[in-house]
Ligand binder design. Structure first.
Ligand SMILES: [Zn+2]
Length: 285
């Protein structure tokens, strides 16, 4: 199966042109490039404390919808945090009971109705396909029973007052395909900025998959295969710091090949949660 990585920022990847490149060709290259980044030890310690995959940490330029930028830490290729957020989360994790269940310690406040806007202005506007896919992704969450959070979707450019904004950053990622997001903050809000890029050549279901996946991170989902990245055709060996991540009860402890939260996706995704993803959301919320 062809696999596609998230969050490549045009650095390494299987671009649309090279979609048929084999996973064997891309994997060693990406590991090598990520391992050569200079990361301060305090940042790496925080990554390990959070049991994030410490083979995939780098600094990169983060683009806001209005075109401004900021240097942020990119982890597991599609998770973006400021150093401050990362260190703050690590501190909270050390004080928590470790019951993390493939999710982060900070979650969105129970029962919150999340305002989410599909960005439609300027060079980072969602295409009509992207807008449809966002509607489908929001429907994926809103149709679930036994999940206390919900979403109210609008389209436009006034994102400052919204909890989340979804935009298309292809202009700054001309050769990659995927998305990026982050994790909820200490104050019970979802991660605000969700990007997709390079997806216009894929069908609406693949766009729906990537947006649902990135919203998943933003409400606290980890990668289902964070321990191995098997979905990317990899078997990344974790260090001692990675032991102890707990699982959501009722979900598999091993590789779950149809989870929407796998680290890599294919061009034939249907964009839907599997039953384990739904169980996890019901347990988190
Ligand atoms: Zn991801």
């Amino acid at each position: 199966m062809r696999t596609i990585k998230y969050g490549l920022m045009g650095m390494l990847a299987c671009s649309l042109t090279f979609l048929s490149c084999s996973k064997d060709e891309e994997s060693p290259e990406s590991e090598e490039q990520n391992l050569t980044q200079e990361i301060p030890e305090a940042v790496m310690d925080a990554v390990r404390t959070l049991e994030l995959n410490d083979n995939f940490v780098r600094y990169g330029t983060f683009h806001f919808p209005d075109g401004t930028t900021e240097q942020r830490v990119f982890i597991e290729e599609d998770i973006v945090m400021t150093e401050e957020q990362l260190l703050q989360m690590a501190e909270a994790a050390q004080n928590a009971d470790g019951d993390r269940q493939y999710s982060t310690n900070y979650l969105v406040s129970q029962g919150r109705n999340i305002s989410i806007i599909g960005y439609t202005g300027g060079s980072q506007a969602l295409s009509s396909k992207g807008q449809t896919a966002l509607q489908w992704a929001v429907n994926n969450y809103n149709r679930l029973s036994g999940v206390s959070i919900s979403f109210t979707l609008t389209f436009g450019t006034n994102y400052q007052s919204k909890d989340m904004v979804v935009y298309d950053n292809t202009v700054n990622n001309p050769s990659g395909a995927g998305g990026s997001a982050g994790f909820p903050t200490y104050n019970g809000l979802p991660h605000k900025f969700v990007q997709i890029y390079g997806l216009n050549g894929y069908d609406t279901n693949v766009n729906e998959h990537v947006i649902t996946h990135e919203i998943g991170h933003s409400v606290g989902f980890r990668h289902t295969d964070w321990f191995s990245r098997q979905s990317c055709g990899q078997n990344v060996n974790e260090g001692a710091g990675s032991v102890g991540a707990n699982h959501v009860s009722g979900t598999p402890t091993g590789y779950d090949p149809t989870s929407i939260m796998l680290a890599c996706f294919s061009a034939s995704e249907d964009g839907e949660f599997n039953n384990n993803d739904i169980t996890a959301l019901q347990n988190m919320y």
